[in-house]
Design a protein around this ligand. Structure first.
Ligand SMILES: Nc1nc2c(ncn2[C@@H]2O[C@H](COP(=O)(O)OP(=O)(O)OP(=O)(O)O)[C@@H](O)[C@H]2O)c(=O)[nH]1
Length: 283
């Protein structure tokens, strides 16, 4: 196989970035959604600059896809970075009220600033932002309590702008802000592709599936592959694994095997498998 370029189009990225900045201008607080399986790769380094001084609520969605013990580890790590993570399962509506409460929590500060400028207090305005497919629409629908935004298992499907009232003191933009992919770092890009947080048009399934196998071995989940597909990944590269599995059980159909592996992971059929762990502090 050739080198693993995950494609992106500078024009699209510039447009997405413009739209996102437009949305950010209108709000008081930002709800940033990360993928709990890859909280670091799904966080864009420029978000802090784009948001500037506005308060942010950090949401780690898909908490059902990671072990409970890891949730505690991430909480400790994010707190050490001065951030409080809120864990949600937006599909099943878990952890939603805590996120709404955290967003409403900035009201006193916003009212004070408005009063200083002779303005009347008003409800807090919020927007949900995040990489494609991390669960932004599902979170919005849960916060609103009904279906306002289409939530699909495909990256890049939401647009349009309206305010929806969440409570007396909280209004939400019903269209999430889509953060343009961060592809300067191919390791992160591969993780985003594995988790389907990048549109499928941007990558080659076989390259991504091979990288996924290598990554599973690296993060200590080789056994999952061995027991599920009766083929041990420890003695092979990801690329060889894909090839051997395809020839063993799928008539050499590499694409089919690549999709099978990726879909099994994405649907949670392999169990709760995280692809990242909190960095160890080196002091
Ligand atoms: N297992 C699980 N699935 C989730 C969760 N949140 C969302 N999903 C699913 O993930 C898929 C993507 O969710 P969306 O809400 O459409 O994601 P999005 O970020 O709005 O996607 P774009 O509009 O493409 O940017 C859907 O199939 C959801 O049902 C979650 O917490 N756990």
């Amino acid at each position: 196989m050739s080198s693993p370029p995950i494609q992106w189009y500078p024009g699209h990225i510039a447009k997405a970035e413009r739209q996102l900045k437009e949305q950010l201008k209108r709000v008081d607080v930002v709800l940033e959604v990360l993928d709990a399986r890859i909280p670091l790769a799904s966080q864009h380094p420029d978000v802090a600059r784009w948001i500037s001084h506005k308060p942010k609520v950090l949401v780690l969605n898909r908490v059902d896809a990671i072990p409970a013990s890891l949730r505690r580890e991430w909480t400790i790590w994010f707190e050490s970075q001065g951030q409080m993570p809120y864990f949600t399962n937006a599909k099943q509506g878990k952890g939603i009220q805590a996120v709404a409460k955290a967003a409403r929590g900035v009201k006193a500060e916003i009212d004070r600033r408005r009063r200083d400028r002779g303005m009347r207090p008003r409800s807090v305005r919020a927007v949900v932002i995040g990489m494609p497919n991390v669960g932004k629409s599902a979170l919005i629908n849960r916060l609103v309590g009904r279906k306002t935004v289409k939530s699909e298992r495909r990256a890049g499907v939401t647009r349009q702008l309206h305010w929806v009232r969440i409570s007396d003191s909280l209004d939400l933009l019903d269209a999430p802000g889509v953060i343009p992919w961060r592809l300067d770092n191919q390791t992160d890009a591969l993780k985003l592709a594995i988790c389907e947080d990048i549109g499928a048009a941007a990558y080659d399934n076989q390259i991504v599936a091979a990288a996924f196998i290598d990554l599973l071995v690296q993060v200590g989940f080789a056994e999952v592959l061995k027991s599920r597909y009766q083929l041990d990944p420890l003695s092979r590269t990801g690329e060889e694994y894909l090839y051997d599995l395809a020839h063993m059980s799928y008539r050499g159909d590499l694409e089919r095997v690549a999709m099978l592996l990726l879909n099994d992971f994405r649907k949670g059929s392999m169990g709760a498998i995280p692809l990242e762990f909190p960095p160890q502090e080196s002091n």
